[in-house]
Design a protein around this ligand. Structure first.
Ligand SMILES: CC(C)(COP(=O)(O)OP(=O)(O)OC[C@H]1O[C@@H](n2cnc3c(N)ncnc32)[C@H](O)[C@@H]1OP(=O)(O)O)[C@@H](O)C(=O)NCCC(=O)NCCSC(=O)C[C@H](O)C(=O)O
Ligand code: MG
Length: 295
């Protein structure tokens, strides 16, 4: 499954054990939600968290927000039961942690299929270990169900032994490797979390960097950061105006038999027009999503 085109500017994690957060997310302006059964949930709360998450997704109360369930790995005591429960929970996708091989993806895919998962249930992979990063291309092509990658920069920093600095210089190779693999296979890709909830400026810089690198959006740990992520990864009015201008100017040039045109001193070719059309389409989808969620 190539990633469906939809806004993924802000994707908020919440622990499946936190019923207040699961409830609160119904009214939050995040494009996507990750209902977590893995690292945010203590071992003694795993069963209860699974039941909470299944109840929350069965309710269909998250509107048009994209809902992913992050299960525990199949090698853990909870992973198999999580995958079986998630198969028919009504979520948009299942997010598999610490993926290190195509085989891991195929095993979960098989469990989902054997347990009645609909064909359009997407599979997403956390990219967060050195081996996973080295195998990114193989993982990205592992299953037709695969729709996207989520960067797990906290686990990655731990395993690399590198500093988790605001602009992530020590992880840039890993981020870019996953971007290359995801885009080569038509997958979506969402950036990792920013851990310092008191550092708004650092958060904004990190979003800007993520967008420049090519990520579709950012994973978040607290609702207070949703607005800034939506602003950083959404098109600005100036970008939309430019997109409309170059589409028009290029169409005019084409009518005159020319393939390129110069607008405000900048060369515009067909590839720029394609990007401009994609941006306008994203803006339309954002408008629709926000209207749907506000209704
Ligand atoms: C970090 C938190 C523990 C803070 O929680 P809390 O103390 O409750 O914060 P606030 O009092 O400021 O909350 C204000 C209201 O917002 C709601 N809230 C808070 N967080 C969330 C959330 N994530 N989703 C939905 N709603 C949320 C509170 O309930 C308050 O509501 P109200 O009662 O109406 O006032 C907490 O934010 C938290 O648990 N965050 C998520 C942590 C998490 O999921 N971590 C795991 C994912 S990160 C990861 O694993 C990355 C990856 O794997 C890697 O390796 O990098
Ligand atoms: Mg992790």
């Amino acid at each position: 499954m190539a990633a469906s085109a939809r806004p993924r500017r802000s994707v908020l994690y919440m622990p499946g054990s936190n019923t207040r957060a699961l409830e609160k997310a119904r009214g939050l302006p995040a494009d996507g939600l990750i209902l977590d059964l893995e690292d945010a949930v203590a071992p003694e709360a795993k069963e209860e968290a699974r039941a909470n998450v299944i109840a929350a997704t069965a309710d269909k109360a998250y509107g048009q927000r994209e809902v992913l369930i992050r299960i525990n790995g199949l090698e853990t005591p909870w992973g198999m039961a999580d995958a079986i429960a998630a198969a028919t929970a009504g979520a948009d996708g299942v997010l598999l942690p610490k993926v290190e091989s195509a085989d891991m993806v195929r095993k979960v895919d098989a469990v989902l299929k054997a347990n009645g998962a609909p064909d359009d249930l997407a599979l997403w992979c956390m990219m967060e270990t050195p081996m996973g990063i080295l195998k990114a291309a193989e993982i990205a092509g592992a299953s037709p169900r695969l729709a996207g990658f989520v960067m797990g920069t906290s686990d990655l920093a731990k395993d690399l032994g590198c500093a988790h600095t605001p602009l992530r210089l020590p992880m840039l190779t890993a981020l870019s490797t996953c971007l290359l693999a995801a885009r080569a296979h038509g997958l979506a890709i969402v950036d990792g979390v920013y851990l310092d909830l008191g550092d708004d400026e650092g958060f904004a810089d990190s979003c800007r960097q993520g967008r420049e690198l090519g990520f579709d959006g950012k994973t978040l740990i607290h609702p207070r950061t949703i607005g800034a992520a939506n602003a950083a990864f959404g098109p600005t009015e100036a970008e939309l105006a430019w997109a409309r201008r170059i589409i028009e100017a290029h169409a005019e040039a084409a009518r005159e038999g020319r393939g390129v045109v110069v607008v405000d001193g900048k060369l515009v070719e067909n590839l720029h027009v394609e990007s401009a059309r994609r941006l306008l389409a994203l803006a339309g989808m954002i408008e629709q999503l926000e209207a749907g969620n506000a209704a």
